[in-house]
Design a protein around this ligand. Structure first.
Ligand code: PRX
Length: 638
């Protein structure tokens, strides 16, 4: 275990919090604490009860309260000295960026909301946003919540197939997308993906397109519309809908242990209280800060900490469309220098990549405005932590390693930067008002130092409320294993200071570059390929990505495994799900190792893929096969 590091005295002195008062107040009265935090937002009507547990695990927060998220993110700043402060700084992949003040963003959102209304979109309607990282994506999100419709942002790196699954599951009536997107200077025909998906979705009545490119595109008049053509004759102001605290706010899909992605539903009041509070205290948010989260808005980090957390706090948030290595490997550092970013939030996989590229890229840029760094998405290795601390933070900036999930909506475990010492590799303590435990298989809390399962023992405001369309799966995935404690799917241990050390997923979910992928989803797609009979997918340790996808497949009789076929299968998965799910290696096996009860032994496959000595094989039905597999694998990886 590495030594603990104290935040610098300079940071502590100016920090919003430099003592334990928040933790102490939450320990004394957890619900009172959350009630006080809720008081920092503007409500149209106050709640009757902070938490209703009667129908657990269907919890209700701030029941009876009414508010609007877009109002809290925009109107109340527009009615304050923040009116002309930068809300969003947009840095496109290339070309000129744009800054939107709170007032300008407010105007755009009002227009957009009125356009949605004109199209017949109302309260409760489901709208899918399939867009790159451009301001219109944020505007569309805020416009949806202004009128009470429920958005679901689908990561623009997903394929048409993945989009189609989500549109159908949601029974979405509107799709908002763009004509073109770009990545590393290359044109991406997002619109074509959108069309291919919509072709198989009866529910989608209209596709609304934002114009970005200059290519001529012929729209299908029946169901496709340009946003800019609808924008005329639109009233400037759109009254924000007074939403019930428990009205749905958005649905975001995340991978689980079955083939079908989970539609994680967040509601209005509790979610906003959670992200508002955690943004403020974990990132020590000050009026003059420029905050940059490098996540995509298609993931929860983007939703919570590019959009709702920063904007509800009246902060300035950077939105970057591009990638860290285009046109050069100093792109991130160039942006920090250009805008004077003060708080920088990224993923360990990016940090490992920067380490590999060498120190020189960051050295030639001015990073002196930075005062706080953050990490999220996967465990950060102590070496990467130290590199980040030294080369980016120059030993001046504390690092907050924030643990949370799509399901939790908000940061759950993190150090508070002006209060807590940092231990590289550990996320820190549970956030005030959040209670976690590390338990054994039976749900019994384990002493410090022992590895077990991470559970959350009490409800928290930004918790998911249900899996859309699937209450049974909601109960069985999260609440049944440990009888009413929330099962996170992560392994962890605690230490003598109550710090949590995350060990990674313990279920069949793998984490590639901070993105969750279900092994079952990739397997399901692989077996749809005509050459494949069976598939087992595992996450293999990877220096940069944390984990990489490895697939073991058996082939139909008469089909031979070849390099071409492996490439074809990789392409097939890219096309089915998206490039993030592309396997690093495909391994052809004559049989997959199974237990006597017929379960595929993934642990052994992982041992093979990572070249380790094998674990216990006593329960194996076909032990001789595993040796053959290992030999084949060793041959192929030469
Ligand atoms: O395994 C944990 C890992 O990411 C999972 C959640 O993934 P997702 O819902 O996509 O949300 C990612 C961004 C919040 C967790 O179950 N994870 C997230 N943050 C950390 C982490 N693992 C270790 N340390 C973290 N700070």
């Amino acid at each position: 275990m590495s030594a603990a590091i104290q935040p610098s005295e300079q940071f502590r002195q100016k920090a919003l919090l430099n003592n334990d008062r928040l933790h102490l107040s939450a320990q004394k009265d957890r619900l009172g604490f959350w009630e006080q935090m809720a008081g920092e937002l503007e409500w149209f009507k106050t709640w009757n009860k902070v938490l209703d547990e009667e129908n657990a695990p269907y919890y209700r927060w701030f029941d009876g309260g009414k508010l609007n998220v877009s109002y809290n993110c925009l109107d109340r700043h527009v009615n304050s000295p923040r009116r002309n402060k930068a809300a969003l700084i947009f840095e496109p992949e290339n070309g000129t960026g744009a800054t939107y003040t709170y007032y300008q963003l407010y105007r755009k959102v009002n227009y957009f909301a009125n356009v949605l209304k004109k199209m017949g979109i109302g309260k409760g309607a489901r709208v899918v946003i399939y867009m790159p990282m451009i301001p219109e994506a944020v505007i569309a999100m805020l416009a949806c919540v202004r009128i009470g419709s429920v958005h679901s942002v689908v990561f623009s790196g997903f394929s048409a197939g993945a989009l189609e699954t989500r549109l159908n599951d949601l029974q979405a009536s509107l799709l908002i997308t763009v004509d073109e997107a770009y990545r590393r200077g290359k044109y991406i025909p997002l619109m074509e993906n959108a069309r291919a998906a919509v072709d198989n979705c009866k529910c989608v009545e209209k596709t609304m397109l934002i114009k970005r490119g200059s290519r001529e595109i012929e729209l299908n008049k029946k169901n496709e519309l340009w946003y800019h053509e609808l924008e005329n004759d639109i009233p400037l102001y759109c009254q924000p809908e007074a939403m019930e605290a428990e009205d749905p706010l958005f649905i975001l899909y995340s991978s689980g242990t079955t083939g079908r992605p989970k539609g994680i539903l967040h509601t209005t009041g509790g979610y906003l209280v959670g992200v508002h509070t955690t943004f403020k205290y974990v990132f020590d948010c000050r009026e003059e800060d420029i905050f940059w989260s490098t996540a995509d808005i298609g993931w929860i980090t983007g939703q919570s900490y590019i959009v709702y957390g920063p904007l509800s706090n009246g902060a300035t948030s950077v939105l970057f469309e591009g990638t860290p290595d285009y046109p050069q490997k100093d792109r991130f550092w160039e942006i920090i220098e250009k805008y004077g970013v003060t708080i920088f939030y990224t993923a360990p996989t990016a940090i490992s990549t920067f380490m590999r590229w060498g120190d020189k890229w960051a050295e030639k840029r001015d990073l002196s405005t930075l005062r706080l760094l953050g990490s999220v998405g996967e465990p950060i290795k102590p070496e990467a932590w130290s590199w980040y601390y030294l080369h980016i933070g120059k030993e001046r900036c504390p690092i907050v390693d924030t643990w949370w999930q799509t399901e939790t909506g908000m940061i759950m475990i993190s150090t508070l930067p002006g209060v807590d010492k940092m231990k590289p590799g550990s996320a820190g303590r549970a956030f005030p008002g959040v209670c976690v435990e590390v338990v054994d298989e039976k749900g019994i809390p384990l002493p410090a130092g022992e590895n077990g399962y991470l559970v959350i023992t009490t409800p928290w405001p930004a918790m998911l409320r249900i899996l859309f369309n699937d209450p049974e799966r909601y109960e069985s995935t999260y609440w049944q294993k440990f009888c009413g404690k929330f099962y996170t799917g992560d392994g962890a241990r605690s230490d003598e200071d109550g710090y949590i050390w995350i060990l990674g997923r313990v279920d069949d979910v793998i984490n590639v570059s901070g993105h969750r992928l279900g092994t079952a989803e990739i397997e399901g797609d692989l077996v749809e390929h005509q050459a494949v009979v069976e598939a087992a997918v595992i996450g293999k340790d990877h220096q940069i990505k944390g984990q990489a996808v490895s697939a073991f497949v058996t082939l139909k009789e008469g089909v031979d495994g070849s390099e071409e076929l492996a490439e074809e299968l990789k392409r097939y998965i890219t096309q089915k799900i998206g490039a993030i799910a592309r396997p690093d290696d495909i391994f052809f096996a004559t049989e997959l190792p199974r237990t006597r009860s017929g379960k595929i032994m993934r642990r052994l496959l992982r041992d093979i893929a990572e070249g380790r000595a094998m674990g216990d094989t006593s329960t194996l039905l076909n032990p001789e096969e595993i040796e053959t597999l290992r030999e084949q694998y060793a041959d192929e990886s030469k």
